[in-house]
Design a protein around this ligand. Structure first.
Ligand code: TXA
Ligand code: MG
Length: 310
């Protein structure tokens, strides 16, 4: 995708004035503001209708710019070298003298940190002298946005500017790992756990039980398209949309598929946009056929399960 420097300049100007803009990332679009500014962070919570106790992820260009705000250990560096920039978010200890707004962390002494790979957003981060707080650019508890039009559909004029970066190439939120002590996954995401385990050379616990966890991305009801979803469905009727992992031989108007041949990467990329497409067609519910529970399929199933708690 060609980078439009004029658009980046426009976003930069608004962000410098502590306004919010939507930004493209390879996972999903983010609703971004200056992470050092209370004003900007308050606007994010307000537009997104996000509960105040749900902290924000902060996006940095690299670990050099992160040094001022957080301390990090060897495990962090191992993963950083291999996967960053990319779809992984680290929970780190905040430094006492960090300038991160208290609104971002809800007064916690940890910070969720990510290094996005999208070239448009990297170009923007290079021009800013602050990191960007950016939760996913969707109203709280609803399905995430993977294109600039998704953001406009959800927020209209409430978001002053949407920086376009095409369709998000991964299409699922980042994998969140608490890396401070014994590494622990808090949210399944766009980076497979087996890849992380390979680098750290150890088994990692997954702690995404919503009753225990401090990462509300793991709340039971989340990522909802706004209509009921049934999972592992074999038989459907024509009143509901039928969603399957691969294109079926039989094609009916209410049939939707996530990939041509069952490729999980392709399916992940298409998940949210397909849920949005189905909602626009005014179906009353969605029936989903079984999706293999391996690799990115685990993240897809995690999201569908939470979305089905509507
Ligand atoms: O891919 C992504 O991660 C996208 C893009 C825009 O970067 N962002 C995203 O943000 O998904 P959000 O706010 O929708 O999800 C971030 C999750 C939330 O569930 C939040 O509770 C959790 O991260 N989180 C933030 N700070 C935390 C902290 N200090 N400790 C534990 N969880 C934290
Ligand atoms: Mg979100």
């Amino acid at each position: 995708m060609k980078i439009n420097l004029g658009n980046i300049k426009k976003a930069q100007k608004l962000l410098n004035k502590s306004e919010c803009v939507a930004i493209p990332t390879e996972t999903v679009y983010g609703l971004a503001g200056n992470a050092y500014s209370d004003k900007a962070c308050k606007i994010i919570y307000k537009i997104k209708k996000r509960p105040k106790n749900n902290p924000l992820i902060v996006h940095y260009l690299n670990n050099q710019t992160l040094k001022k705000d957080c301390s990090f250990n060897n495990d962090f560096l191992k993963l950083y070298r291999v996967f960053c920039p990319g779809p992984i978010t680290f929970i780190l200890d905040l430094k006492k003298n960090s300038k991160i707004s208290k609104i971002v962390t809800n007064k916690k002494n940890t910070l969720a940190v990510r290094f996005p790979k999208h070239p448009v957003t990297r170009n923007l981060l290079k021009k800013l002298d602050f990191p960007l707080a950016a939760p996913s650019a969707n109203p709280s508890s609803k399905v995430s946005a993977v294109s600039s039009n998704d953001v406009k559909d959800d927020f209209g004029k409430k978001v002053k500017y949407v920086l376009d970066g095409g369709k998000s190439s991964i299409g699922l939120e980042s994998t969140i790992i608490d890396i401070r002590n014994k590494p622990k996954i808090l949210r399944l995401g766009g980076l497979e756990i087996s890849a992380i385990e390979k680098i750290l050379k150890k088994k990692i616990t997954i702690s995404n039980n919503p009753s225990k966890v401090s990462s509300p991305g793991q709340l039971k009801i989340h990522y909802s398209p706004g209509i009921p979803i049934r999972l592992n469905v074999k038989k459907t009727n024509k009143k509901e949309a039928y969603l399957s992992i691969k294109k079926m031989k039989q094609n009916k108007p209410n049939f939707y598929f996530l990939s041509k041949n069952g490729d999980l990467k392709e399916a992940a990329k298409n998940l949210y946009s397909t849920l949005r497409k189905i909602r626009k067609k005014k179906y009353k519910s969605i029936a989903v056929s079984k999706i293999p529970n391996k690799g990115l399929g685990k993240t897809i199933n995690d999201r569908l399960k939470r979305a089905s708690k509507f």
